[in-house]
Design a protein. Sequence first.
Length: 545
Amino acid sequence: MRKIAFGGSVLGLTLGAALAAGTAPGAWAQEPQLSKEERDRAKQVYFERCAGCHGVLRKGATGKSLEPVNTTKLGQDRLEKIIALGTDGGMVNFDDILSKQEIASMAKYIQTAPDVPPEHGLKDMLASWKLIVPPDQRPKQQMNKLNLKNVFAVTLRDSGEVALIDGDTKQISSIVKTGYAVHISRLSESGRYVYTIGRDGLTTLIDLWMEKPAVVATLKAGSDARSVDTSKFKGFEDKYAIVGTYWPPQYVITEGDTLKPLKVVSTRGVTVDGEYHPEPRVASIVSSHIKPEWVVNVKETGQILLVDYSDIKNLKTTTIESAKFLHDGGWDSSKRYFLVAANASHKIAVVDTKEGKLAALIDTKKIPHPGRGANFTHPKFGPVWATGHLGADVVTLIGTDPEKNKASAWKVVQELKHIGAGNLFVKTHPVSKNLWADAPQNPEKDIAESVAVWSLDALDKAPEVINIAKLAGLPETKAIKRAVHPEFSADGTEVWISLWGGKVDPSAIVVLDDKTRKLKAVIKDPKLVTPTGKFNVYNTQKDIY
Ligand code: DHE
């Protein structure tokens, strides 16, 4: 059975696929009954495992609709089987994570009306906001000896923490408590502050100038979130941050150095198909370097918002129609164009942020998943941006230079044969001659534990395949040690790759020399619990990828 798991939740082609197949009308003539305790537990499991793909209101996104009108047609037995065993459509099995009783409860729960979590407006945010160290009590200069440019903020997914690792010595300099199943970190324009977002909406501000970098403010921006960024345009450095939430569907603009919430904007509205959607979640957000603007990608509507933060009282927003469902993306090398995956449409949308217009909508192989993508100059086609795919075994190269390489611009110029489907992240660096791609969601252990490396000047040749788990020399465990998220050091000479095992299994970060592709270091520590994303301060600050 081919299964592509994503995020502990399922990559929704799952129950949805079965639903679309239209199985026999359900055994449940009326809503299944759950005790309060059973319902509370099921609600929690749904949030932790399912909502990411299927939506809080279960209207479907990357995963299809799980509304009772659909699920009751399948009936209890079939739902239990799907949840336990997964499907060929892409849903993972949950029989290794959930007990039989929990699976039965989940099957019942999704046949009942969805729970609607409370809204979370400015008043709630202000009540949750904690200013732990006010700006005037913070250091006036860097108080530690870290080479801040080369610090890595590492997501410790299942412990809800971020490890700050000194890239020069490979030592953990601090571990800070963040939100539940913490997702990404971004940097302020100055490189002083790290902003981290937890899946529970807890936003954490870390001051790297303190003797021991620590949390100086937190804000609960909602109950479900994935994205955060800062104001990077000249004159607005470190002034604002923006947090996008899945629930409630909205974004909040905050003060950059305190996280004090200033303005909340709903993203509820009409999809590119002209239909109202009650839960259009904020997916990726990037910050322009050429204008006082954020690019806010709204998943369910397929609308890309250019939010002008120069006057937040009179907020001006350009709404650009693209395709559903928007997920992750990054800048081209000129930082004028932003490329984002509309993953369920198998397309990449390109926004020209200088003109404030859609530049192109490009068809690709199944489920593009770029992370932020990778930029380099192709020997034949000029500047290109690369994306991998969850649903296909290729890395797609798209031309990004409409001025000097017009014939290649916004076209798929090459598809590199990858080691398998299930890629999440690709990466290169301006000084590197290599393109690195992972495949952590591939069902085959060997593939999921490996990365592929192409030489940029020999892209027609098969990539070198490196088994990262074997290199690390960790003890054998049942859980796959997914090799995930290549990230470069600030000088572009090293590639860091996480080995993401089970919560109680040993994990590690493996550091390779980019030029020789040989092992340089293995960072192991019992405190490194499920490391996934790694954000090098300088590369994240400057959007180098
Ligand atoms: Fe992510 C980025 C959403 C599962 C690791 N992830 C993003 C972004 C979004 C997103 C919207 C872009 C943020 C931005 O740029 O502003 N991710 C989701 C989900 O909805 C999903 C599918 C399911 C869920 O329930 O969360 C999901 N993501 C995962 C994982 O399971 C991963 C692999 C491991 C983990 O740590 O949870 C994971 N996502 C990441 C990483 C990035 C990311 C490392 C940042 C990539 C980068 O280089 O910028």
